[in-house]
Design a protein around this ligand. Structure first.
Ligand SMILES: Nc1ncnc2c1ncn2[C@@H]1O[C@H](COP(=O)(O)OP(=O)(O)OP(=O)(O)O)[C@@H](O)[C@H]1O
Length: 634
């Protein structure tokens, strides 16, 4: 284990070899030149912070006279963070011998002043002794009192997006993989941006001590007085993207782009298919079965094993003899299956990730038309590929005085992990540096539900849809739906208050989960909103589902869900209702699809409706939908 290898008793060669074995991959990925590794290893082991021997922090209050006539220099200063008359710091080389890039010791450790996950930021500032004071100083915010005050906390929470850096652990639980944010110490935080930086930085997680540092090394030789700068856009080469990424520090730019987001190219979908390592099936004919055939089901889903009692299905442990594979994980090699066992049926479709992954859902939904996308989907941008369009849209809304609350969601984490609501453009732009995310318009005017214990709260609705066939489309909805409620009355503030803005309560331990069955919900809802019959609202919801599946199957795989005749699936669709105005000026409840889940947890379904899986299997695998509590919508 590493703690033996790095014991101080080892020879320098052994120590370096152990260090490289642990950190070589990270160093290579960050392009840290190998000539510095030995010195880095030594400085990390001995916690040597010797930057003070080479650098100093300088306060720049105003433009020097000498520089005033020099246009290039003025331009350069305007581009600096903290523009205007605010004091601006810069870091310069103070060592009288300058600094040589070829010197193997020219690598430095920067400490981190504050490390946190976003959801704990406010709490840290309020509770960690001295933290708020240090942060206000570092960010140049006035802070007089001894006791943390809400105003200063709020200012730090805004301003910190100019200072935040991020890394992510590559191993561990989903919770542990949620990005970590940190702020470098005063020295690191005052290194300014330059498009031609003199230094590079990279975070490094030093495993023996389980501590993250930022390491700093020169990109060229520097003389005494030269400025230490780094590229805040991390080497991004596209001019437009650089402009976007640098906006938190160069705020007065208005982007000259169109905010229309067309559907991505065919190649984009091809690339997703390749990345998923999914192999498409060959064309097959639908299998014909005896009308009394008893199907052998192979499944690893406990809820199916516990509740499927329909006489036409039996379980088998032997995958090779199964007629139906009903598995929790994603199936990849459809090609082989279609060639070797085309009659075997499955609980999933090739390319269904187009529905279940958030950025794909947004892309395919654009086929339904509309400049802002379909009415049933909150306007969504892929932060990786559509940042300029998003910024342009945000700035347009700002100019028009329209609401600008947004919710950033990772593509691939469930349970609302790493999901943040904000109205700060800087915050959203910087979020792009952590895990891949979409940004969706936050529903600022949701239809609320009156909870006697707390008042008017947000709620979301989950429907289970049953996809029997893609070509021609055959789609059912399960007649029972599920509701989830927030725990605190809704208002458009306290954006980091989970129990006010989220409706997913069953994940946090100790948090109350309000349950209302749909049969009780409908009369209560109609009593609260006498002008809105549930049947009308639900008809609109079903129309949205139908349109979604029509667009999802409108193009051949991998641009659409593949029409594999042996596939069937159930999906859970989560949605909210928002207030909107119809074409004839009437106030309507507009469904807003939030996400589509593959293999949803059907625990509640089975508990309250013991026939649930019998109904699902009968509808999907026997084509017998009568008395199965399902409604065909396409
Ligand atoms: N556009 C939005 N406007 C308002 N609230 C939203 C929006 N999107 C999501 N939410 C809230 O955040 C919650 C989680 O969102 P979403 O379902 O998209 O994420 P998730 O992490 O995949 O969650 P889960 O898989 O647990 O349903 C929703 O239940 C809803 O309360």
């Amino acid at each position: 284990p590493w703690f033996l290898c790095v014991s101080d008793k080892g020879s320098p060669g052994t120590l370096l070899a152990a260090f490289v074995a642990l950190h070589g991959a990270a160093l290579r990925a960050s392009c840290v030149p190998a000539r510095y590794w030995e010195s880095l290893c030594r400085k990390l082991r001995g916690e040597v912070f010797d930057a003070g021997d080479y650098f100093g922090i300088m306060q720049v209050e105003e433009v020097d006279e000498e520089e005033e006539g020099d246009e290039a220099m003025e331009d350069e200063l305007k581009k600096k963070p903290n523009p205007g008359n605010e004091p601006c710091f810069k870091v310069i080389v103070t060592n009288e011998n300058g600094l040589q890039a070829s010197n193997p010791d020219s690598i430095f450790l920067i400490d981190h002043a504050w490390t946190y996950r976003i959801e704990h930021a406010r709490q840290h500032l309020l509770q960690v002794p001295g933290l708020l004071h240090r942060m206000t100083n570092l960010m140049g915010i006035d802070f007089h009192g001894e006791i943390p005050d809400e105003d200063s906390v709020e200012q730090v929470l805004q301003e910190m997006w100019k200072y935040n850096q991020t890394y992510q652990l590559s191993q561990g639980t989903a919770e542990e993989k949620v990005p970590v944010w940190y702020i470098m110490d005063e020295f690191g935080s005052r290194i300014q941006h330059s498009d031609q930086p003199s230094f590079a930085t990279a975070p490094l997680f030093y495993m023996p001590q389980q501590i993250a540092y930022t390491i700093l090394w020169p990109l060229r030789d520097l003389e005494t007085g030269d400025e230490v700068t780094r590229d805040y856009a991390y080497g991004e080469t596209d001019r437009l993207i650089r402009k976007c990424v640098l906006l938190p520090w160069v705020p007065n730019e208005v982007l000259d782009v169109n905010c229309f987001t067309p559907e991505p190219s065919d190649e984009h979908y091809q690339a997703i298919l390749a990345e998923n390592k999914e192999k498409l099936p060959i064309a097959i004919n639908p299998a014909a079965y005896d009308k009394d055939k008893v199907f052998k089901v192979f499944t690893d889903i406990q809820q199916v094993l516990n509740s499927l009692t329909h006489p036409r299905f039996v379980f088998t442990d032997n995958e090779a003899e199964a007629d139906i594979l009903y598995n929790f994980s994603h199936f990849k090699d459809y090609r082989k299956l279609s060639e070797e066992r085309p009659e075997v049926m499955l609980n999933q479709f090739p390319c269904e990730n187009l529905l279940t992954v958030k950025d794909c859902l947004a892309s395919i939904s654009r086929r339904a038309g509309g400049l802002d996308g379909p009415r049933w989907l909150p306007r969504t941008f892929n932060l990786q590929t559509e940042l300029p369009q998003f910024i342009c849209y945000f700035q347009q809304r700002e100019r028009r005085g329209e609401d600008n609350h947004w919710i950033c969601k990772p593509w691939n984490l469930a349970r609302s992990l790493d999901t943040h609501i904000t109205n700060s453009l800087n915050n959203i732009i910087r979020h792009r540096e952590s895990s891949p995310k979409v940004v969706c318009k936050y529903i600022e005017n949701p239809v609320l539900f009156h909870r006697e214990d707390v008042g008017m709260v947000k709620f979301d609705i989950r429907y289970i849809v049953l996809l029997r066939l893609v070509k021609p489309l055959k789609l059912y909805v399960y007649d029972v739906f599920w509701l989830r409620f927030s725990n605190r009355a809704f208002s458009l503030d306290d954006l980091d208050d989970y129990e006010k803005h989220f409706t997913v309560m069953n994940y946090a331990p100790g948090v109350i989960l309000k349950q209302v069955h749909c049969e009780e919900f409908v009369p209560q809802f109609e009593k609260q909103y006498p002008e809105h019959l549930w049947t009308t609202v639900q008809a609109n919801i079903f129309k949205a589902f139908a349109e979604l599946f029509q667009v999802a199957s409108a193009k051949p795989a991998p641009l659409g869900i593949c029409d594999y005749p042996s596939s069937r699936a159930i999906y859970a669709i989560d949605l909210m209702l928002k207030w909107d105005t119809s074409g004839d000026g009437k106030r309507i409840m507009q469904p807003q699809i939030l996400e589509v889940n593959f293999n949803p947890d059907c625990d509640r379904a089975c508990k309250y409706h013991p026939t649930f899986f019998n109904d699902v299997f009968s509808t999907l695998f026997l084509d017998e939908a009568d008395n199965c509590h399902v409604t065909r919508i396409v």
